[in-house]
Design a protein around this ligand. Structure first.
Ligand SMILES: Nc1ncnc2c1ncn2[C@@H]1O[C@H](COP(=O)(O)OP(=O)(O)O)[C@@H](O)[C@H]1O
Ligand SMILES: [Mg+2]
Length: 243
């Protein structure tokens, strides 16, 4: 296996009396697409938020590229090229598509002229991946369709030049044809060199895309393995693949 890019050890999160994560451990190798599958409320978003350090960990450790980032401020984690696309997209509804994309590069902004040129080149790269965003560059983001908002959220994250991208349910609420498009884009982003940790309720699609998977149930990893094997697993089939 390639070198380990992300290592999560004993990650525990309590929200008051609610034990959302009960000491989970997993790892992501450089270049992989890993998926974390679980029902609503299993703790998927909590896992990503804890890695990004936007919620408080009760216990556990997160190591990225050999560096302990457990206590690193969230903006520094983004600067280190570990970038999360939040669930529900969280775009800036009142800003244009262009301004949203520029926000994604905020950690590099206001610097030199060459930096600004690079940001412009990165934006062209995002438009190559999502041509629909280019057509809507001046449109106010809040008026985009659900699928376009997901594209914008992903495009904005790409502006931070992630080496590891955390995706929180990118297919949620989208029409089937758009779901296919988003999954195909995820594959291409990975092929272009970005490692992916994908959180999904759409287990079938996620397992079809990923090399390995972890199954999360009420804050615990109950099963893990090659995605192709889990797709054939009877218990996984019954619980997540509609029998
Ligand atoms: N801010 C919060 N305060 C209290 N409980 C929360 C909070 N966020 C999530 N939870 C609870 O933690 C558990 C895991 O939630 P979450 O990580 O959002 O699950 P998933 O993303 O898998 O649907 C759920 O029981 C949820 O109700
Ligand atoms: Mg969630």
């Amino acid at each position: 296996m390639a070198e380990i890019m992300l290592k999560v050890e004993g990650l525990t999160v309590n929200y008051g009396a609610i034990r959302a994560l009960r000491g989970i451990s997993f790892e992501v190798a450089a270049g992989e697409i890993i998926t974390l599958i679980g029902a609503n409320g299993a703790g998927k978003s909590t896992t990503l938020h804890a890695i990004s350090n936007i919620i408080k960990k009760t216990a556990g450790k997160v190591v990225f590229d050999g560096i302990d980032i457990s206590a690193m401020p969230p903006d520094r984690i983004v600067s280190a090229a570990l970038v999360q696309v939040p669930e529900g997209r969280r775009i800036f509804a009142n800003l244009s598509v262009r301004d949203n994309l520029e926000m994604g590069a905020y950690s590099r902004k206001a610097a030199s002229r060459s930096e600004r040129q690079e940001i412009r080149a990165d934006m062209e790269n995002v438009f190559d991946i999502f041509p629909r965003l280019k057509e809507r560059i001046r449109q106010v983001a809040g008026t985009l369709s659900g699928g376009e908002q997901q594209m914008l959220a992903m495009g904005r994250s790409l502006m931070a030049r992630p080496r590891l991208l955390l995706l929180d349910e990118p297919s949620m609420g989208l029409a089937p044809i758009l779901v296919d498009e988003i999954f195909s884009v995820i594959k291409n982003i990975n092929k272009a060199g970005t490692t992916i940790l994908l959180v999904e309720q759409n287990a079938y699609k996620a397992l079809a895309l990923a090399s390995r998977a972890y199954i999360l149930e009420t804050g615990e990893i109950v099963k893990s393995g090659a995605a192709a094997d889990l797709m054939k697993d009877d218990a996984v089939k019954a619980a997540y693949l509609g029998g």
